[in-house]
Ligand binder design. Structure first.
Ligand code: PLP
Length: 456
């Protein structure tokens, strides 16, 4: 085994990590971590420190760490057939079975699934399919996509444009001109404090409609949204939001892409967020929870309506000119099949609902009274604690102070991993769906201790 100092040197010299200050990392000015193992809700680093991972990696290790059923399914597939492509009608038992299992769980009007590798490439696929469909339908101008500020949809060229967070655009010449952004459904940060949730939802729908009318509905193909804003701050929609938004989309024949990369496969206490909020999407993006990140795999689930157009398209133009070498990779598919079975066997969708509610209640009780806590919110096994400089005046901290980052660092010292969300002082929680009530209480207790240590 390599010594820690050797690995540290190689890490600094060689490795460009995502979402990392590359200069500081290379110069050894920021911490690094080498993770060696995991079991249940815990990970372990090379120094033997055990940490309760209340963010499940990047909200993806939904079944928890160290599940031998999934590891064995991966090993079996690797021994039998590590790879074959899925082009021109090829597949494996795992990929065909997984497609069937995904459709069994998806809303009834969904028709078929295309498998990719990660959430970003799945959203690239979605946009290509939309453009293709609107060409087939003879409406070549109807191509732009509306996303929300604070939405997160990946960090590719199109998916990074769909993302509505400044750090993912700045100096990258994004967003591309085909993407427009509308109001974030972020009630806590509403501009007019006197608005009720329902009034704020009506305003979000009116803002969306005004944008559509300004740009012309004949130029807008789709609206993309996460059922609950994730990386933008873990923000459940205000009351009546989806009920107000969906009729606007229907009126202007704008398709809905539900980005369920975080919410798919149980995180909200229901199999899909679409089911949770009564959405009728035309396309659903899936990734993370599809395999619980035991292997990379994503998917684009298309509805009956979308598939009818794709069928017509290939009938007139021939095979679809789209595919990745690793689409429906057998190892990812085998992991997916084992993972979805495990979610059912362990009742994790239900556990996400009940223990998630317990986690939020415990956070509210332990931390909600702190004067710098402005909001404790969440849905299912997703929670956030938002920090404010002044609760009554609704004044936020200066971002340069990285207040949430300091609290999260203090939590880590105390053995719990949470995530300082990238925009705003928001402490995010998205533990494995298998979290126990006792673990939820530990997370809440450590949050309160860290708040006290950093903010008094
Ligand atoms: N969509 C959502 C809602 C996400 O949260 C993410 C990642 O966090 C993505 C898409 C991008 O997925 P990936 O990082 O696998 O490309």
């Amino acid at each position: 085994m390599l010594r820690n100092d050797q690995l540290d040197a190689w890490d600094r010299e060689s490795f460009l990590h995502p979402s990392t200050h590359w200069g500081q990392h290379a110069r050894g000015e920021s911490p690094n971590a080498i993770i060696t193992g995991g079991s249940g809700s815990f990970i372990e680093d090379r120094d033997g420190k055990r940490l309760l991972d209340a963010f499940a990696g990047l909200y993806c290790v939904n079944v928890g760490y160290g599940r031998t059923q999934i590891a064995e399914a991966i090993a079996k597939q690797a021994h039998e057939l590590a790879y074959y492509h899925s082009y021109v009608g090829h597949g494996t038992e795992a990929s065909v079975t997984l497609a069937h299992m995904v459709l069994e769980r998806a809303p009834e009007h969904m028709s078929k699934v295309y498998f990719g590798l990660g959430g970003s490439d799945a959203n690239e696929t979605n946009v290509k399919l939309l453009w293709y469909c609107n060409n087939i339908l003879g409406r070549p101008k109807k191509k732009r996509i509306i996303s929300r500020w604070r939405g997160y949809h990946g960090s590719g060229l199109v998916s990074g444009s769909l993302t509505g967070l400044d750090p993912f655009h700045r100096a990258f010449d994004l967003p591309l001109s085909q993407v427009l952004h509308t109001t974030a459904p972020y009630y806590f940060r509403r501009e007019k404090p006197e608005q009720s949730e329902a009034q704020f939802s009506a305003q979000c729908a009116a803002d969306l409609e005004a944008l559509i009318e300004r740009e012309g509905a004949d130029t807008i193909a789709a609206f993309i949204a996460e059922p609950v804003l994730g990386t933008g701050g873990i923000v459940p929609p205000p009351k009546g939001y989806w009920e107000a938004i969906q009729p606007v989309l229907e009126k202007h024949d704008i398709w809905l892409i539900a980005d369920e990369v975080v919410t798919g496969f149980g995180r909200l206490g229901t199999m899909f967020g679409s089911e949770h909020y009564g959405l009728k999407p035309d396309i659903i993006t899936i990734a993370k929870g599809l395999t619980s990140a035991y292997a990379p795999l994503s998917g684009s689930i298309v509805s009956d309506k979308v598939f009818a157009v794709l069928e017509q398209g290939t009938d007139t133009m021939g095979p679809i000119g789209h595919g990745w070498t690793y689409s429906a990779h057998p190892i990812g598919a085998a992991a997916g099949v084992a993972n979805l079975k495990l979610i059912d066997e362990l009742g994790l969708v239900e556990n996400a609902g009940t223990v998630g509610a317990h986690l939020r209640a415990a956070l509210a009780e332990a931390a909600g009274g702190h004067p710098q806590v402005g909001d404790v919110r969440g849905e299912g096994m997703l929670a956030a604690v938002e920090l404010v400089a002044d609760r009554d005046a609704r004044r936020f901290f200066d971002p340069a102070g990285a207040t949430a980052g300091k609290v999260v660092a203090a939590m880590r010292e105390r053995g719990v991993i949470a995530r300082a969300m990238p925009q705003g002082d928001i402490i995010g929680f998205a533990p494995p769906l298998s979290l126990s009530r006792e673990e939820a209480e530990t997370v809440a207790g450590v949050t309160a201790e860290a708040l006290k240590a950093v903010l008094g």
